[in-house]
Design a protein around this ligand. Sequence first.
Ligand code: FES
Length: 239
Amino acid sequence: MEKVIFKVFRFNPERDKKPRFDKYEVPIRNGMTVLDALYYIQGYLDGSLAFRSSCREGVCGSCGMHINGKYRLACETQINRLKSKKITIKPLGHLPVIKDLVVDMTDFWEKYSYIKPYLIAGAPPEENERIQTQDDRNKLDGLIDCILCACCYAACTITDTEKNYLGPAALLKVDRFVEDSRDNNKKERLLTVSGDSGIFRCHTLFNCQEVCPKNLDPTGAIARLKRMAISNTLCFWEK
Ligand code: FES
């Protein structure tokens, strides 16, 4: 059976002075994913390896990590497609390591929560539901599929240098609600992201767009928000 070497980031901040990489030889079969390999390592070679996963099918966003030079979902990355006999795995960047491939997502979730990632529609609907035309619904295509894996957040250079920068996932979500015909909070949302931790911090580097496992376009969403903020003359320092 074909074998691949996995070089995996290991670090337990409570015990280790510094991170290291451990190597594991994993037998692979056709269709096997990087997540399958991590389970193999954990089950047969080293039970102390820590990583996150849940759905194992690209839905929950738990298994984002840095695999052979790019942030990807481990459960959607087939080993054969990497075309390499050596695979290096590191945790998501710009977030503190709890253990091995598990990072502390507190910053990411706090920023996400700050932008109010839910519909703010104002008055109750006249009917039992808030009707949306098909054209209005179509405007949300490419905006509602984010699985919050934080690959974009880790790939963004600005989230590293500007600790308060809201980051691509949160800003994509703002655009998702600004574009929603049922939302009644557009001005407030634009104000929220027009400060020094928001859209104008984005340098349009396209890293987020490049790594998104769902092929979404946070860079485009941020550019759209910038245009709206400027055309609404809402650009001012938030604090
Ligand atoms: S385990 Fe759910 S996205 Fe990979």
